[in-house]
Ligand binder design. Structure first.
Ligand code: AGP
Length: 608
């Protein structure tokens, strides 16, 4: 996910574009750039790092003169964060400049075709292909070139384009990635999202798929793929600026909870082609996978909880023993690592100091390291022998939700992929699991529909002093994540216990009215879980049950029950965690706390 802006009007463009980009940094912030139409030619300035680097380079835009331009803030997908990979990208003559939000799925074949035609590439990006394609088809008429390029692109794109010999004009195109047009007295705007232009206007046009925009200082025209002009109605935006950055949600955390269906979809779909899991990015041969004798999974916080849950899945599917470690422990315990093993380091930021140190310790011991990381080009992504990126997009809220869910999805892919290669599962089970994976996003969406009930229940327990989560097997891992979510944003003391462990001491903590959340999604452990829930209920606990549809007997024991759709037992964490995220969120809201920036915490713990 990236942020694009464009402006043409009566004011200097660069400061306006930088201001717009600053409102879109939540969409990506690893590099940024501007292209401004100067007197003679298009001037392009790009910088790696946060937007403020570009602002400093251009004296907040005052060093660039011109009243027409485009800008971009990047969340790397193809090519690490760098100046050369930053947008805008240009044709060789620098007479065409492009900013892009989205992913061009067929960029490799287009790139090979263009190279055969003599085009030279500077960057690793998919976007640069668009700049050269426009050059290839441009004969003085932008619409002609743009439509020829559109029919050759597969994937998603929102584009801002400048043509040097069409001064004062910004062209824009949209397919699947968001794009709006804003009309103001100062001039006209394109942007990925409303926040970028709210300071100047609330009059916007929403661009539909395959529509083309030609914007001048005092005129905006829209065209379809046949180059026919089309009329569009404007909309007046009622949002305030802050709400707009969160897409209308009150907090980034809630926005990211609701982005999980898409985030999981975006992580799974590029790796499932015609019903087959494709994981070349692991960089492992089938022989190496067959020879694997042990897997070590390492992470911190929620990433560690993914490791805990993934162990149950990977061991059951691959029959490979899996060890799980907190990164902060692994790095100092001088671990004994077997030959023919694989270390998997999981990290949203890819910059967690303990996880980086654990990765280096594993490499020091000569073991292959795979990173499961959300930030392209981050330290762990670069240091690992191979990386399986999660495509959750930027995660702003300190409490992780969508990144956690995409990490789980990545682990499912690995487990099924390894199991097939090691012939631990039948072709029928393989097909069934892959098909069920593709249904996960829609099932996550269905769980989100239970928001109101969970909010009602959260309000009843917002004044709690202690809340416990219990589960067995996979549900124990889910309970750990639910407990951490609650602790880190509501500051309520909470623990997760393996339900079978209660009788060994912790059940002494149960007093009348204490909330205990029983997670019971594993069929073979359901009855055991009911017994454990009865144990705590008989000692005064108030019980919330969390199970799958069909287990209505839960209501004979629990005071309040939340159901999630049935799925393959391997995948239930992806559904059961959603109500726990919502529960934590609404408890914190009821307590009037800063959900997105909880006290004492940081989004990425880059220190020990
Ligand atoms: C999770 O909600 C926390 N913010 C925290 O535990 C986090 O998961 C942990 O710090 C690991 O971060 P990473 O995934 O970026 O390595």
């Amino acid at each position: 996910m990236c942020g694009i802006v464009g402006y043409t009007g009566h004011e200097q463009a660069a400061p306006i574009l930088l201001d717009g980009l600053s409102k879109l940094e939540y969409r990506g912030y690893d590099s940024a750039g501007l292209a401004i139409e100067g007197k003679e030619n298009i001037e392009v300035v790009k910088a790696k790092g946060r937007l403020r680097v570009l602002e400093e380079m251009t004296d907040n835009g005052n060093a660039l003169s011109g009243t027409c331009g485009i800008g971009h803030t990047r969340w790397a997908t193809h090519g690490v964060p760098s100046v050369v990979n930053a947008h805008p990208h240009c044709n060789k003559k620098k007479t065409i400049a492009v900013v892009h939000n989205g992913i061009i799925e067929n960029y490799q074949s287009l790139k090979e075709h263009l190279i055969k035609k003599g085009y030279e590439f500077e960057s690793e990006t998919d976007t640069e292909v668009i700049a050269h394609l426009l050059d290839r088809y441009y004969e003085g008429e932008p619409l002609e070139a743009i439509t020829k390029v559109m029919v050759r692109l597969n994937g998603s794109y929102a584009l801002g384009i400048l043509f040097e010999d069409h001064p004062g004009k910004v062209f824009a195109v949209r397919k699947d990635s968001p794009m709006i047009v804003g009309s103001a007295p100062e001039g006209n705007f394109i942007a990925s999202d409303v926040p970028a232009i709210l300071k100047y206007t609330r009059t916007v046009y929403f661009v539909n798929n395959m529509e083309i925009v030609c914007m001048e200082a005092d005129n905006i025209s829209f065209y379809n793929l046949d180059k026919e002009q089309i009329e569009k109605e404007s909309t007046t935006i009622a949002w305030d600026a802050e709400a707009a950055e969160k897409g209308g949600y009150e907090h980034f955390m809630l926005k990211e909870i609701y982005e999980q269906p898409k985030a999981v979809q975006d992580t799974l779909s590029p790796r499932i082609k015609d019903g087959q899991i494709v994981l070349e990015e692991l960089g492992m041969t089938e022989e190496e996978i067959k020879k694997l004798r042990r897997i070590y999974m390492i992470g911190c916080g929620s990433a560690y909880h993914v490791c805990i849950s993934a162990r149950y899945v990977l061991e059951k599917l691959t029959k490979i023993p899996v060890e799980v470690d907190l990164a902060s422990e692994f790095r100092y315990r001088d671990p004994i690592l077997e030959e023919n093993s694989l270390v998997i380091v999981i990290s949203q930021s890819g910059e967690t100091a303990d996880s980086i140190a654990a990765l280096k310790e594993a490499k020091r011991k000569g073991v292959r390291v795979l990173g499961i990381v959300n930030v392209v080009g981050s330290s762990i992504a670069r240091e690992a022998d191979s990386v399986l990126y999660t495509w959750a997009g930027p995660e702003i809220s300190v409490a992780t939700t969508k990144a956690y869910s995409t990490q789980l999805a990545a682990c499912y892919l690995i487990g099924i992929y390894f199991a097939k290669i090691r012939q631990n599962i039948s072709d029928e089970l393989y097909e069934k699991l892959v098909e069920e994976l593709t249904k996960l996003p829609e099932k996550i969406q269905r769980v989100l529909g239970d928001k109101e009930r969970i909010q009602w229940f959260a309000n009843k327990f917002a004044a709690s002093k202690d809340i416990f989560f219990i589960g067995r097997g996979l549900d124990y891992g889910t309970s750990m994540e639910g407990s951490l979510k609650l602790k880190e944003i509501s500051y309520i003391h909470s623990e997760a216990y393996a339900a079978g462990e209660l009788k060994h001491g912790t059940i002494s903590l149960i007093e009348k009215g204490i909330l205990v959340v029983g997670v019971a999604t594993q069929p073979e452990l359901y009855e055991k879980m009911i017994s454990n829930m009865v144990e705590v209920k008989s000692r005064g606990a108030f019980l919330m049950g969390l199970t799958t549809y069909g287990n209505y007997s839960m209501e004979d024991t629990a005071n309040f029950t939340v159901y999630v759709p049935k799925t393959e037992s391997y995948f239930t964490t992806s559904l059961a965690v959603i109500p726990l995220q919502l529960f934590a969120y609404y408890v914190a809201i009821a307590r009037g706390l800063d959900v997105d920036k909880p006290r004492n915490l940081a989004k990425s713990v880059t220190v020990e």
